[in-house]
Write a protein that binds this ligand. Structure first.
Ligand code: UD1
Ligand code: CA
Length: 452
């Protein structure tokens, strides 16, 4: 049976106190709505319908690259009204998963369970000791007969601990049949989606309920405190998954993964490390405290000292990087490379055994095998308009504080004197010195202060 996904994302999220709509607030580096959509797409849905409203253009712009059926809900008159807006684009056969854009961590497995229910109306519920504020599931002889919102509940109903998560899988036929009959005669004056439960039951439909694997899957975000709490819950969960895969995380409470991380064996991660985007870490890699690693691969045996920053870099085997190293996009190191403190690489390839141990900038360059780049050396790769390439051969020794003015090529085994400003290509095997000569000025007298 064909499956559609409907995501309710029209709410403002007043309690966020933000100019951004709530569903665009980030959790683990990605917007709440992006989490929901990513998960929904795993189910192979035919249509992904998003109901937008408050600051809708911002929401649409954020997902401009996705194939989505956008449906506007100009006025937010309730969840039932929201889903009603989809009817013109909703097929009459098949099923729809109804999700909330502010319940970001719903799991694909849980949704698959819900979608595979034999009932034309399945919903995700859970027993919780803290049901306050949520819709309660009313059962009779064990069967669901209605949902009552907290604000409409009697004292007895408020004692019920089974709550509505706001996630459903419903036959489209049911949505087409009952949504138009909703009214807003309730404490909040809203059209409640939850009221169709009773209508369906009255027509003899049996409601199926499914529980999520984890409580965080159904947790909604309404303010920044809940957002921060859910972030920590999610990070703890991710850290736990990595530890189960054999990663040694020094303190799971000080670990952040904002994306995907693939790991080898015996990886060690010290405190306050942040991974972003897609990262891959090989066997026996050690990562020091405070590193920020984005879209980067680090091969086996490499040791990263504290406070090193990586973005779109590829690090080879058995490297020593940092502390305080910065590898910018397209920094690529082969094996046994050393990059020391305050060394910045950008679009630079370091061949096997090459070293830049202190205070250097290498941009748009290639560095040959075993070459040593002295402290304070930089490539002057930019004339303010254009960028130029520096090619440094193998077994080169570049003295401290050299400036390599690109475009320039340094031959294999060349030696560059300290403090040189290199503007022309340097031949293989030669010593090149390009700096003012040291002179001693005879007869010079240092000025003295007049003591009289
Ligand atoms: C809803 C459920 C409640 C459930 C809870 C779980 C109803 C009536 N109640 O309550 O039983 O326990 O979710 O979190 O459905 N939205 C729109 N347009 C609207 C109203 C809401 O798009 O007009 C969107 C919101 O942006 C949000 C979602 O629907 O993403 C849920 O709306 P919200 O107002 O938070 O519903 P709750 O009161 O939490
Ligand atoms: Ca809510």
């Amino acid at each position: 049976m064909s499956l559609n996904v409907i995501i309710m994302a029209a709410g403002k999220g007043t309690r966020m106190k933000s100019a951004k709509p709530k569903v665009l607030q980030p959790l683990a580096g990605k917007s709440l709505l992006a989490h929901v959509l990513t998960t929904a797409k795993k189910l192979g849905s035919q249509k992904n319908i998003i109901i937008y409203g408050f600051e809708g253009q911002q929401v649409k712009d954020a997902f401009a690259h996705e194939k989505i059926d956008w449906v506007e809900q100009a006025e937010q008159l309730g969840t039932g009204h929201a889903v009603m807006m989809t009817l013109p684009v909703l097929p009459t056969d098949g099923k729809s998963l109804i999700l909330s854009g502010d319940v970001p961590l719903i799991g694909a497995e849980t949704l698959a369970k819900l979608a595979s229910s034999d009932s034309p109306f399945a919903m995700l519920t859970m027993n919780t000791p803290t049901p306050f504020g949520l819709g309660r599931i009313i059962r009779k002889d064990g069967k669901v007969i209605a949902i009552v919102e907290e604000k409409d509940a009697t004292d007895a109903q408020k004692q019920i601990t089974e709550i509505n998560s706001g996630v459903y899988c419903v036959a489209n036929e049911i949505l087409h049949k009952y949504l138009k009959n909703l009214n807003n005669n309730n404490a909040q004056g809203e059209y409640y989606l939850t009221d169709i439960v009773k209508m369906a039951v009255d027509d003899g439909i049996t409601i199926d309920t499914v529980s999520p694997q984890y409580q965080f899957e159904i947790e909604g975000v309404n303010d920044r405190i809940q957002l921060a709490n859910l972030e920590r819950t999610w990070q703890a969960h991710q850290a736990e998954n990595l530890m189960k895969q054999g990663v040694h995380i020094m303190d799971p409470a000080r670990f952040d993964l904002r994306g995907e991380l693939t790991v080898g064996k015996d990886v060690q991660i010290d405190i306050n490390v942040i991974f972003e985007g897609e990262c891959e870490i090989g066997n026996n890699v050690k990562i020091g405290a405070g590193c920020v690693i984005k879209n980067t691969k680090i091969a086996s045996g490499t040791v990263i000292a504290p406070y090193s920053i990586f973005e779109n870099a590829i690090v080879g085997e058995n490297n020593q990087i940092g502390p305080f190293a910065r590898l910018r996009p397209n920094a690529v190191t082969a094996d046994e490379v050393h990059i020391g403190n305050f060394v910045e690489l950008k679009n630079t390839q370091m061949a096997s055994g090459a070293k830049a141990n202190h205070l250097a900038y290498l941009g748009d360059s290639t560095v040959g095998s075993r070459t040593n780049v002295g402290a304070g050396t930089i490539t002057a790769n930019y004339d303010g308009v254009n960028k130029f390439k520096t090619t440094i051969g193998a077994d080169v020794r570049i003295g401290s504080n050299a400036v390599l003015v690109a475009p320039v090529t340094i031959g294999n085994k060349a030696t560059i004197g300290a403090g040189s400003v290199i503007t022309k290509d340097c031949a293989e095997n030669k010593l090149v010195v390009a700096r003012g000569k040291q002179v001693t000025i005879d007869g010079w007298i240092r000025p003295e202060k007049d003591k009289s």
